[in-house]
Design a protein around this ligand. Sequence first.
Ligand SMILES: O=C(O)c1ccccc1NCC(=O)[C@H](O)[C@H](O)COP(=O)(O)O
Length: 210
Amino acid sequence: MEIKVCGMREPENIRSLISDVNPDWMGLIFYPKSPRYVSDEYSERFEEFPVKKVGVFVNESVDEILRKVKLFDLSAIQLHGNEPVEILAELKRKTAAELWKVISVANEINWENIAAYLPYVNKFLFDTASPNHGGTGRKFDWEILKTYTFEKGFLLSGGLDAESVTEIKTLKTEIDQLEGVDLNSKFEDAPGLKNIERIVRFKEKLDHSL
Ligand SMILES: O=C(O)c1ccccc1NCC(=O)[C@H](O)[C@H](O)COP(=O)(O)O
């Protein structure tokens, strides 16, 4: 299973993450209201790191997203707001970066609305709905994912921690499209600063149980 560690910011912390965990993806948050916000000044400090970067955006303009893709050498764009399909269509025409659409889960999911994104996205990411958009540290009811019928893969997100591993394993046996997990606030010592040991323990538990 893929591992994305989101909300990274501090170079020394990133260095430890890569050497001890070697995640598939590192998430950088470009939403100014997030306590994990990554400003342009960080771009030079990230150049050396051999890890694929995914930029997290909330209702951002296409021009600004493309500017960040270039500045931070992003491999993927995670759209974490209410972005309409047209924005994804435009991005797909203008960049080779992967496109991930976040589905914020409250009570129900309208699968017809989500189907409209299929021609443009590389994957979906299911997260807990919140007025702040992400980083809630709360799980949603994963039962709803059992009604997922598309072939497209997705990442599971929202309040994941080491205690979640058994349930993730069960879910994977039922839903093959579950490609990976997204870790964030439950692995932090402070916003934007991850506890690497905690992530190592999560990964070991996941590897042993899959
Ligand atoms: O983490 C944030 O501060 C954030 C703020 C606004 C939009 C997205 C944000 N995070 C994006 C992510 O992909 C998080 O990993 C995801 O929301 C899960 O976070 P958590 O519930 O803390 O595990």
